[in-house]
Design a protein around this ligand. Structure first.
Ligand code: NCD
Length: 316
């Protein structure tokens, strides 16, 4: 991917499959566009920036926030949406390959937003696409727009994107939101505290890559106490559907829980973030506390996806 701020914009007409393809300058450009989109979102104006454009939302896995915030984003910019939320209603149930589906959908829409259960499947379908393609989550792989609005939320909540220590907690093995955010934070030079049970550690190759490629400080631990002084605690659910052994899932489902007790011991500036949905890892008793930032975070999904759609389809 080309970076820099010349020409039609660094995301124009590009695919977005991994946060790793973006450099700091491009991410800053997206976050700046997201600020403009947040103003449009708040004022509830409908600027028609993407009038006449069609987004295909192709979800081969369950989704609430990602699919509907992308669709809301497209509608808010005057564009239209086609797509499916249940692959069983499509020809993939008849055995059609993702590549063939992507080839066909490229003739029906100007941009494809795809979620798929298999890591790498979306990258594998790139050659079949003749319009830009956005990865909305590929198995345990990547979820780049999630990381972009996680960064946006961190910037809003903490006032900065650098010099942070962020604790990533829980299922660091399977979580694509974690895998994307770890890189996004590393791109900005932040320190990571990785907290997980032994069986759910971040893949060693990823930890090594983060350290080697970005020179960041990484601490690994299995105790939630290590998160008490973090600037932010990011705690997704345990990824039940990706466990090969459901008994193991039951064992770790509530391994870490953010509750009032944790909040009472945590630093006064320690915010709690989650990509959601939540299951057992955040006690609802925390929801009304000022440092519980996850619902504010979720709302940023719309303006950030407005920015991504606009920058890919129209440029800056
Ligand atoms: C995440 C996902 O699908 O990876 N959800 C989301 O997009 N907000 C996290 C999760 O499912 O736990």
């Amino acid at each position: 991917m080309e970076s820099g701020s010349k020409g039609p914009g660094s995301l124009f007409n590009r695919n977005l499959v991994s946060i790793k393809q973006l450099d700091k300058g491009v991410i800053e450009e997206i976050l700046a566009e997201s600020e403009r989109m947040l103003e449009i979102y708040k004022s509830n104006s409908r600027p028609n920036l993407l009038a006449g454009r069609i987004m295909a939302s192709m979800f081969f896995e369950p989704s609430t926030r990602t699919r509907l915030s992308f669709e809301s984003a497209m509608h808010r910019l005057g564009g239209s949406v086609i797509g499916f939320a249940d692959p069983l209603s499509t020809s993939s149930a008849k055995g059609e390959t993702l590549s063939d589906t992507v080839r066909i959908m490229s003739a029906y829409a100007d941009i494809l937003v795809i979620r798929h259960p298999t890591e790498g499947a979306i990258t594998g379908a790139l050659d079949s696409a003749s319009v830009p393609l956005v990865n909305a989550g590929d198995g345990t792989g990547q979820h780049p727009t999630q990381a972009l609005y996680d960064l946006f939320a961190i910037k809003k909540e903490k006032g900065r994107l650098t010099n942070l220590n962020v604790a990533l907690v829980g299922d660091l093995k399977h979580g694509r939101a974690i895998h994307s955010l770890a890189y996004a934070l590393a791109i900005f030079g932040n320190s990571l505290t990785l907290i997980s049970p032994q069986s759910l550690k971040m893949p060693a190759s990823m930890v090594a890559d983060l350290e080697r490629s970005y020179g960041i400080r990484i601490i690994q631990h299995d105790s939630l106490d290590q998160a008490l002084n973090a600037d932010a605690v990011y705690i997704p659910r345990m990824q039940k559907e990706r466990f090969s052994d459901q008994k193991e899932y039951e064992r770790v489902a509530a391994y870490y829980v953010i509750d009032k007790r944790f909040m009472a011991m945590a630093g006064s500036d320690t915010i709690i973030l989650s990509p959601l949905p939540r299951t057992m890892e955040i006690n609802p008793e925390v929801d009304t506390m000022k440092n519980a930032a996850y619902f504010r975070q979720a709302a940023y999904g719309v303006p950030v996806r407005m920015a991504v759609l606009k920058m890919i389809l129209k440029g800056r």
